[in-house]
Ligand binder design. Structure first.
Ligand SMILES: CC(=O)SCCNC(=O)CCNC(=O)[C@H](O)C(C)(C)COP(=O)(O)OP(=O)(O)OC[C@H]1O[C@@H](n2cnc3c(N)ncnc32)[C@H](O)[C@@H]1OP(=O)(O)O
Ligand SMILES: CC(C)C(=O)C(=O)O
Ligand SMILES: [Mg+2]
Length: 516
C-alpha cells in the first residue's frame, strides 16, 4: 500500500550550514532554496534568524522568494528567538516556526542547567509564543535519541496541547541504531494520547553512519516527516542525505506504505552539484545517487550485463535522479562487449573478430598505463596500426626550460635519436610550446598537434601530472602519453611518445639540431 505522503523537510540551509566551512551568503541560500522548490521539497529550513543579522536577512529573503514550499526558521525555546523567526518569516507564503529545547538528562543538567519540569514549562511557553505568528509550529526535543521515553511522552503531549503541529524527534548526536530508533518512534506514537494531532518527524545525524537507516526505520514505524540535507551535509558527520532517503522510499515501494511521488527527483543531481559548488564540499565519487560513479560501470561482467539488460546491475535509472545517462567507463576491467559497443557508438566498425581482438589488446595495454580512457583515446587507438611505443627510437635525455615573468619562455632539449644525442633550443608562447618547438627542431616530424590535455593522477601539489597529446600526420592519428610530477616534462614525454608512433626512423630529418 502506498497511500501516504512522506513530508520532506530540507535543512541544508540551516543544519547543513552548520558544517564547519559551509557558510552561505543570502544570495547562495536563495539559489539553493529555488532548486529545492523546483524539486517540490515540502519544507525548507532557511536558517536560524536570531543567530546573526545576515542569517535573519537570508531567512527573510528566502521567505520572500519561495512560493511553493513552506519556509521555516529555527529558534531556541526563547521569546527573543521566536520573535526574530516570526519577523523573518512574515512575508512567507507558507511559514513554519521550529522551536527546540533539549530533553536528555545530560543536556538538561549540564548544558541548560534546568530541571525537567522547567524544560517542559519553557517548551510549552515557546510553542504558545510561536502560535502568535503562525499555526504551523514544529517542536524538537533536542537529543531525543538519548532522552528517557517517559519524559519524552510527557513533553510531547504537552507541546501538542499547546499547539505544536509537528513533533520532531532528533537523534542529535547520531547515537541510535535503526531497530531501537524505530521502536522509540512507534512507542511515542502509541503512548502519547494526542499523537494523532501532530505529524511525527525525525532528524538524524550520521556520527555512526546510520542517519539514513535510522530515518527510514522511523518511517517504517510511523514517522511521516524526514529532516535531511542535500549531499548529507550537516553538523559534524552530517545529517541524513535527502537523495538517499527519497530514492529509497521511491525505489522500495514494496516496503514503504508512504510515498514521495510529489517530488521531482530529476532535480536531485543538479541540486547536489549546486550545493557542492556553493559550499566547496565536493561529493565523493562513490556517494550513493549523486556520486560521479553512482551510475558508472567499469567491470566487463557488469558492462556486459547492463548492455544486455540494464536492470541486471541498476536498481533505479540515472535519468530519474537527474543524470543525463548511466556511464560505461572503459578501463582495465572492461571486456570486449563494452569495448565494441562504445566503438560502435563512435562510428567504428570492425571487419573481423581478429581486428577486434587486436584493438582490444592494445586497449588493455593502454588501460594499464593510463588513468582514464577517453573516447578520443579509443579513436586514436583504432587508427594506430602496428607502430607502438615499444619502437622507442626517440628518447628524452635532458630538458631545461626557463619561464620568467616578462621573458619569452625558452626550452633547451637533448634527445637520443637512434643512439645519437641531438640538442636544440627554441622559444615558445609558453614553456610547453617552447619544449615542443625544440623537440620539433630535432625531429622535424611535420605532424599536427590536434589535442593537448592534462589530468592529475594523484592529488596535492606534488601530484603526478598525466599529459595526453593527439597528433596527426598523413591522415594517421596517434595519441601520446607522458606522466611526471613536472608538467612540462610530462608534456615533452607525451609528445615524444606520440612521435615514436608516428615517425619512422627513416623518415626523420634533423636539419636544425646540433649533434652533442
Ligand atoms: C542541535 C542543534 O543543531 S541546535 C542549533 C545549533 N545552531 C547554532 O547554535 C547556530 C546559531 N547559534 C548562535 O548564533 C548562537 O549560539 C546564539 C545566537 C543562538 C546564542 O548565542 P549566545 O547568546 O552568545 O549563547 P551561546 O551560544 O554562548 O550559549 C547558548 C545559550 O543558549 C542556551 N540554550 C541552548 N539551547 C537552548 C534552547 N533550545 N532553548 C533555550 N536556551 C537554550 C544555552 O543554555 C546557553 O545559555 P547560557 O548563555 O545561559 O549559558
Ligand atoms: C535543532 C535540532 C532539530 C537539531 O538540529 C538536532 O537536534 O540535531
Ligand atoms: Mg541537527
Amino acid at each position: 500500500m502506498n497511500d501516504d505522503r512522506l513530508i520532506i523537510f530540507d535543512t541544508t540551509l540551516r543544519d547543513g550550514e552548520q558544517s564547519p566551512g559551509a557558510s552561505m551568503t543570502k544570495e547562495e541560500k536563495i539559489r539553493i532554496a529555488r532548486a529545492l522548490e523546483r524539486m517540490h521539497v515540502d519544507v525548507i529550513e532557511a536558517g536560524f534568524p536570531v543567530a546573526s543579522t545576515g542569517d535573519f536577512d537570508a531567512v527573510r529573503a528566502v521567505a520572500r522568494s519561495i512560493k511553493d514550499s513552506t519556509v521555516c526558521g529555527l529558534s531556541r525555546a526563547l521569546e527573543k528567538d521566536i520573535d526574530r523567526a516570526g519577523e523573518a518569516l512574515k512575508e512567507a507564503n507558507s511559514a513554519r516556526i521550529h522551536t527546540f529545547i533539549a530533553t536528555s538528562p545530560i543536556h538538561m543538567k549540564m548544558k541548560l542547567r534546568m530541571e525537567p519540569d522547567q524544560v517542559v514549562e519553557q517548551a510549552v511557553r515557546a510553542v504558545k509564543r510561536a502560535r502568535q505568528y503562525t499555526d504551523n509550529i514544529e517542536f524538537s526535543a533536542e537529543d531525543a535519541g538519548r532522552s528517557e521515553l517517559d519524559f519524552l511522552c510527557r513533553i510531547v503531549e504537552q507541546v501538542i496541547d499547546a499547539g505544536a503541529t509537528t513533533i520532531n524527534i532528533p537523534d542529535t548526536v547520531g547515537y541510535n541504531v535503526p531497530q531501537q530508533f524505530g521502536e522509540t518512534i512507534r512507542n511515542l506514537i502509541e503512548r502519547v494520547p494526542n499523537s494523532d494531532k501532530a505529524v511525527f518527524s525525525v532528524h538524524c545525524h550520521n556520527d555512526l553512519g546510520l542517519a539514513v537507516a535510522n530515518s527510514l526505520s522511523a518511517v517504517l514505524n510511523g514517522a511521516r516527516q524526514v529532516e535531511c540535507t542535500i549531499n548529507g551535509l550537516g553538523e559534524r558527520a552530517g545529517n541524513a542525505s535527502l537523495e538517499e532517503v527519497v530514492m529509497t522510499v521511491k525505489t522500495r515501494k514494496d516496503i514503504f506504505s508512504c510515498n514521495v511521488d510529489h517530488l521531482d527527483t530529476r532535480e536531485i543531481v543538479p541540486t547536489s552539484k549546486l550545493v557542492a559548488g556553493i559550499t566547496g564540499f565536493a561529493v565523493q565519487p562513490n556517494k550513493a545517487i549523486v556520486g560521479a560513479n553512482a551510475f558508472a560501470h567499469e567491470s566487463g561482467i557488469h558492462q556486459d550485463g547492463v548492455l544486455k539488460s540494464r536492470e541486471t546491475y541498476e536498481i533505479m535509472s540515472a535519468e530519474d535522479v537527474g543524470w543525463s545517462a548511466n556511464r560505461m567507463v572503459l578501463g582495465k576491467h572492461s571486456g570486449r562487449n563494452a569495448f565494441r559497443s562504445r566503438l560502435k557508438e563512435l562510428g567504428v566498425e570492425f571487419a573481423s573478430e581478429d581486428e577486434v581482438n587486436d584493438a582490444f589488446a592494445r586497449f588493455k595495454d593502454l588501460a594499464d598505463k593510463k588513468h582514464e580512457i577517453f573516447d578520443e583515446d579509443l579513436q586514436a587507438l583504432v587508427t594506430e596500426t602496428g607502430i607502438s611505443a615499444e619502437n622507442e627510437h626517440i628518447d628524452l635525455v635532458a630538458m631545461r626550460v626557463c619561464s620568467e615573468t616578462g621573458e619569452t619562455p625558452h626550452a633547451d632539449v637533448t634527445l637520443n635519436v637512434d643512439g645519437h644525442e641531438q640538442q636544440a633550443e627554441a622559444d615558445g608562447g609558453g614553456p610547453v610550446d617552447a619544449a615542443f618547438r625544440a623537440i620539433e627542431k630535432v625531429i622535424n616530424s611535420g605532424a599536427e598537434l590536434l589535442l593537448y590535455s592534462v589530468n592529475n593522477i594523484t592529488s596535492g601539489t606534488d601530484a603526478q601530472g598525466e599529459v595526453t597529446v593527439r597528433m596527426e600526420k598523413d591522415g594517421r592519428i596517434v595519441n601520446g602519453q607522458g606522466a611526471d610530477t613536472d608538467i612540462v616534462i610530462a608534456s615533452a614525454k607525451a609528445y615524444i611518445n606520440a612521435l615514436n608512433k608516428i615517425v619512422s626512423p627513416v623518415e626523420r630529418e634533423h636539419p636544425q639540431a646540433a649533434d652533442v
